[in-house]
Ligand binder design. Structure first.
Ligand code: HEM
Ligand code: HEM
Length: 195
């Protein structure tokens, strides 16, 4: 179809040689551009969109959780009051973890790396990781964050509020980092890049 368009432009006798050349080049460029976009659309299917989202969103989770931890330790050790700013950062860190959970659940049903729970799947390190280990570890980390947040909310003394965040969020980060380090050993994956 594309070739036919170009041939018919070339054969349009009503155009001068120069105009024919200009029209032909413009049409060719337009077709090239549309081809590039068509390729992009094919590559960006639901799976890859959720994968990029999930892979990139880990940094939002990690940065917010790490900031909350630093803030909680400093305020706990420094015997500082529990401010509105503290509360908001702790809450946003938890919300980011819940959002990552939601994206992860969708991705679980789209990913070709997630297999059935068969014996063969469990014997292969990579399939076992994606089918079972990744979400179990990450869900545990998100539960720690949610529990720590709830304990901090229930506590009345500022010291106890900061302590709950400092301890539970730190445990969660250790689990998340361990899961990501384990993942980075698989072919095509890296510690920081999006695969
Ligand atoms: C599969 C998805 C999700 C699950 C299983 C889940 C689970 C939970 C649980 C168990 C709590 C209660 C925590 C407590 O008692 O303090 C909670 C609270 C909350 N979640 Fe989620 N959540 C999910 C997704 C989300 C998403 C996508 C968002 C927002 C974008 C979100 C925002 C919140 C907020 C704002 C709270 C209340 C925090 C507060 O105590 O003030 N959650 N969630
Ligand atoms: C704090 C929570 C989580 C973090 C930080 C996290 C992080 C990651 C990272 C870094 C990747 C690799 C992406 C890449 O190779 O570019 C990934 C992939 C994936 N995650 Fe998570 N994840 C979390 C929670 C979850 C949960 C709860 C589930 C499932 C319920 C889940 C399911 C998946 C799946 C299915 C893949 C894709 C495997 C693939 O097709 O390449 N994740 N996650």
């Amino acid at each position: 179809m594309v070739t036919n368009i170009l041939i018919s432009i070339n054969n349009t006798f009503s155009l001068s040689n120069h105009n024919r050349f200009v029209t032909y080049s413009l049409a060719k460029q337009l077709i090239d551009i549309s081809r590039i976009f068509a390729t992009k659309i094919i590559i960006m299917n639901a799976y890859s969109i959720f994968k990029y989202l999930h892979s990139g969103f880990r940094y939002v989770v990690l940065i917010l959780v790490l900031l909350a931890i630093i803030q909680a330790f400093l305020s706990w050790m420094g015997k500082k009051p529990y401010t509105e700013g503290n509360r908001k950062l702790n809450l946003f860190a938890m919300i980011s973890a819940h959002t990552q959970l939601l994206i992860g659940i969708v991705l679980y049903f789209l990913s070709p790396y997630v297999k059935d729970f068969s014996h063969a799947t469990m014997q292969d390190n990579e399939s076992r990781y994606w089918t079972l280990e990744h979400w179990v570890m990450m869900l545990f980390a998100i539960a720690l964050i949610t529990f720590g947040h709830a304990r901090s909310k229930k506590a009345t003394l500022p010291e106890a509020k900061h302590r709950a965040i400092a301890l539970y969020y730190t445990l969660a980060v250790v689990v998340i980092v361990a899961a990501i380090v384990q993942m980075s050993a698989f072919p095509g994956r890296s510690l920081f890049g999006i695969s």
